[in-house]
Design a protein around this ligand. Sequence first.
Ligand SMILES: CC(C)(COP(=O)(O)OP(=O)(O)OC[C@H]1O[C@@H](n2cnc3c(N)ncnc32)[C@H](O)[C@@H]1OP(=O)(O)O)[C@@H](O)C(=O)NCCC(=O)NCCS
Length: 175
Amino acid sequence: MPDHTWVKLELDVKTFDASRFATYAERCREAGIRFTTLADLGDTAANRRAVYELNKECSADIPGRGAFYTFDEYLAQRIETPSFDPRGVVIAIDGDMWCGLSMSSDRRSEGFVFVEMTGVRRDYRGRGISLAMKTYGMGFAHLCRVNTIRTVHHPGNTTAIAMNRRLGYVDADWN
Ligand SMILES: CC(C)(COP(=O)(O)OP(=O)(O)OC[C@H]1O[C@@H](n2cnc3c(N)ncnc32)[C@H](O)[C@@H]1OP(=O)(O)O)[C@@H](O)C(=O)NCCC(=O)NCCS
């Protein structure tokens, strides 16, 4: 049992106004950072490995995360699952360097999309990349035909919680 209460957050996609966040993507593009998905890049073995490496690197900064999955565990937990969809994996790319990712899974049978992980490499933080990635990825909820996006954070992850509140996520109380 964790010694804390998870912060459960939810966004109503119908109320999300992407135009409020357009400047973040514009600024990123001006700096040479582009956004795409794993589906568009190719859901290949090499790209799955790159997703893992980036996720692992960024997860080192999640409070209370502990040891990260091995690659095989990651495949089993996050990729070779019915809820995985490469269209839900947004990648931010600077040149040929992957500098951020936001991975959402398809939980439409439960009525929502779930953000499993959003991470930006340390050198790239504070430039609006996470806001731009999550705005870019909002269409995944439409693809899944749901209006709700959920995520959950350790209460010590104040940066990620602030980032999601900035987008309009509110406290939710699901079981
Ligand atoms: C959380 C994380 C993804 C944010 O990425 P980022 O690209 O640096 O965030 P952005 O620059 O888009 O900032 C988004 C908002 O987050 C908040 N924020 C960002 N950095 C912050 C900081 N150091 N302190 C407090 N709030 C902060 C602000 O509200 C900001 O919006 P604003 O610029 O309009 O004020 C990044 O810090 C990270 O990778 N952390 C490690 C992995 C992690 O904890 N992921 C979340 C768990 S899944």
